[in-house]
Design a protein around this ligand. Structure first.
Ligand code: SAH
Length: 218
């Protein structure tokens, strides 16, 4: 059962979330519009649905987290700095929220999750919301999705200890990768593109994500 009045409260609290994002420096109106449109409470467990529009990361199943709205907005705004983002690959589907936001902004979203139960739950949410331009699968994201490459942007929502540079091969010519790199103590969000003399790194500041792990869990 939904929390009482979630429909009503969610509209007001969603507006407050958008106001907070603006105050935090998110200026891309398209991104704010997508964050206003996608119901975040659908992507968190029911017991926490009343906290869905707070600006915090929340636990989802299997010790994973749905990212903080501000981080989702920032990552999405970075994706949208691509001149023509058409095909996006996300690694770390988790709740599916980040993929859902992207699906409102670009024609095609592909998302990989290593925990099969999370993939299934996210896929069901996409179907229920009628978001038909997201394809997801259970696999080790370190492999990327070669049969669907090239991608305009690869966005990784879990942190590898080192930048997974092999994945740059799956980028289209003007493409780039957004990835939090580091361990538990410190991670920096990096934007990595392919220059004439090899990878070019841009540092986008400190962040905290769960680790990107190898292998799949079925
Ligand atoms: N984008 C998610 C939040 C991700 S939490 C959201 O919007 O809710 C990070 C997710 O990455 C977790 O679900 C974790 O299981 C997954 N993950 C970790 N390593 C992975 C890998 N190698 N390939 C795919 N998914 C991975």
């Amino acid at each position: 059962m939904n929390a009482p009045g979630i429909g009503m409260t969610s509209q007001r609290t969603r507006q407050r979330m958008i106001d907070r994002l603006r105050q935090g420096g998110i200026t891309n109106e398209q991104v704010l519009q997508a964050m206003n449109e996608v119901p975040r409470h659908v992507f968190v467990d029911e017991a926490l649905a009343h906290r869905a529009y707070e600006d915090t990361a929340l636990p989802i199943k299997f010790s994973q987290t749905i990212s903080q709205p501000y981080i989702v907005a920032r990552m999405t705004a970075e994706v949208m700095t691509h001149p023509h983002p058409e095909k996006i690959l996300e690694l770390g589907t988790g709740s599916g929220y980040q993929a859902a936001i992207l699906s409102r902004l670009v024609p095609q979203v592909f998302s990989i999750e290593r925990i099969d139960k999370l993939t299934r739950i996210a896929r069901r949410r996409f179907i229920n919301l009628g978001y038909q331009n997201i394809r997801c699968k259970t696999d080790d994201g370190y492999l990327g999705w070669p049969s669907e490459a090239p991608f305009d942007v690869i966005i990784i929502t879990a942190a590898p200890p080192e930048p997974p540079l092999d994945l740059l091969d799956q980028l289209a010519p003007d493409g780039f990768m957004i990835v939090p790199v580091g361990g538990k103590a410190r991670q920096t969000l990096q934007k990595i593109s392919v220059g004439q003399k090899g990878p070019v790194f841009e540092d986008l500041g400190d962040v905290i994500f769960v680790p990107l792990l190898e292998g799949v869990e079925r």
